[in-house]
Design a protein around this ligand. Sequence first.
Ligand SMILES: [Zn+2]
Ligand SMILES: [Zn+2]
Length: 65
Amino acid sequence: MDVEKNVLCITREEAEKKLEGLKNRKCRVCGCTQDHACPGGCYWVEDDLCSKCAGTEQIQEIAEG
Ligand SMILES: [Zn+2]
Ligand SMILES: [Zn+2]
């Protein structure tokens, strides 16, 4: 019998990739990043949306399958 690999276990490489992704996150509206936040500062309310834009942008719900 074939033994399926358990993909639930995350590898160190994958974890580092994820962390890098978090560091490189960028606001989809204003384009601010972790290093270059909005004037006055902002924080992430979504993976790609900062607090400054969350209040001004009308969040469009995209139906994704
Ligand atoms: Zn923003
Ligand atoms: Zn921002």
